[in-house]
Ligand binder design. Structure first.
Ligand SMILES: NC(=O)c1ccc[n+]([C@@H]2O[C@H](COP(=O)([O-])OP(=O)(O)OC[C@H]3O[C@@H](n4cnc5c(N)ncnc54)[C@H](O)[C@@H]3O)[C@@H](O)[C@H]2O)c1
Length: 328
């Protein structure tokens, strides 16, 4: 059994506690500053131990840790863990600025420590299959990526006004909170964004000022991209289409499936669909991280890839402010 420390026992931290336990490979310990929450999660999941601060927790020895605190704390906490040679899984987004990321990268590469960033869509079996087909060039060279998606964020996070989401400085707003997942997925599939222009606005969500609606036009070298996303439409949907020279592939997150089309005027063909519970991707992510600690797997998302996605999101925020294209 691996000793795994979950840092931050809020919404995603509790899910990580549960999903690491589900692997049957981890003894989970919690670090959470909120006494009531720490007590509740400790009792609910029968945790062997818990701590009120990271400094206290680090008096013990852990094989791995998962950082589930608001984004402005991710890099300093990761630095602390890496200095103690603890394998680290960092929740998205990597940070809210690039400050400290260079030092973290140097420390991680220098020690060859297992570190990964929790862009959980990389665990989606439909996306993995679709990426494999695209990597094989089954439809030829990708030329265009088109994303449309939205969901009613208050329905899923009724407390959105009181958590990290309410401010950019804590990782909030549609760009840092939601678009980051989509950009990371798109970059994984068609390569890094090289320049972009973005438009965003706070349109609907009560009690916050951050953007809840965003449009981005991207370039990934030769590939052209467009992304539109909101956090208030009633129906939850997520559709990523990769148009290639000889056909197209489409991921539909809301149906957990991927499709293809290669005949002009023909229909979309369902390639594969999956029945997934919300926890399933996180349990896979936990297994992947434990495999990485065991030296049996590479990071699902490297620090360098997460840094690139961070730069894209920061560039999107800059473009919204300046109304200009931004080079990455
Ligand atoms: N991958 C996903 O699908 C996903 C989903 C939700 C959130 N997230 C990300 O996870 C992070 C946390 O989000 P959340 O929704 O769980 O937030 P949250 O507010 O529900 O939980 C954060 C927790 O961290 C605790 N905390 C704050 N400072 C701490 C410290 N110094 N030491 C220990 N605990 C501390 C808080 O008390 C709180 O309980 C964010 O970066 C968010 O973007 C990812």
């Amino acid at each position: 059994m691996k000793q795994i420390l979950i840092i931050g026992g809020g919404s995603i931290g509790e899910r990580h506690v549960r999903c690491f336990q589900k692997t049957g490979r981890a003894d989970v310990v919690l670090c959470e500053t909120n006494d009531d929450l720490r007590q509740r999660i400790g009792d609910l999941y029968g945790l062997s131990n818990s701590f009120a601060s990271l400094d206290d927790a680090l008096t013990e020895r852990f094989d791995g840790a998962v950082i589930c605190t608001p984004a402005q704390l991710h890099v300093p906490m990761a630095q602390q863990l890496v200095e103690r040679r603890i394998a680290t899984l960092i929740e998205k987004p990597l940070s809210i600025s690039v400050d400290g990321v260079g030092d973290l990268l140097t420390a991680v590469h220098g020690q060859q420590l297992p570190v990964s960033v929790a862009y959980v869509m990389r665990q989606h079996p439909a996306l993995v299959e679709m990426k494999n087909a695209l990597d094989r060039q089954d439809f030829g060279r990708p030329v265009q990526v088109v994303y449309t998606g939205g969901q009613h964020f208050p329905f899923y996070r009724p407390a959105y006004r009181d958590i990290y989401y309410k401010k950019h400085e804590t990782g909030g707003g549609a760009i840092q909170d939601a678009l980051t997942h989509v950009m990371n997925t798109a970059e994984w599939i068609v390569g890094p964004v090289t320049r972009l222009v973005a438009d965003a606005e706070h349109c609907v969500l009560d009690g916050v000022n951050v953007e809840d609606t965003v449009h981005v036009i991207t370039r990934h070298e030769a590939v052209l991209g467009s992304f539109s996303l909101n956090q208030h439409q009633p129906v939850s949907e997520s559709r990523l289409t990769i148009v290639c020279e000889r056909g197209a592939a489409r991921f539909e997150g809301h149906h957990s499936r991927w499709l293809s089309s290669s005949k002009p005027d023909g229909p979309w063909q369902v390639e594969n669909d999956f029945t997934l519970e919300r926890d399933d991707l996180f349990a896979r992510q936990a297994d992947a991280f434990l495999d990485q600690i065991d030296g049996k797997a590479l990071p699902a998302c490297t620090l360098d890839e997460a840094l690139q996605t961070l730069k894209v999101c920061l560039a999107a925020l800059e473009s919204v402010r300046t109304k200009q294209w931004v080079q990455i």
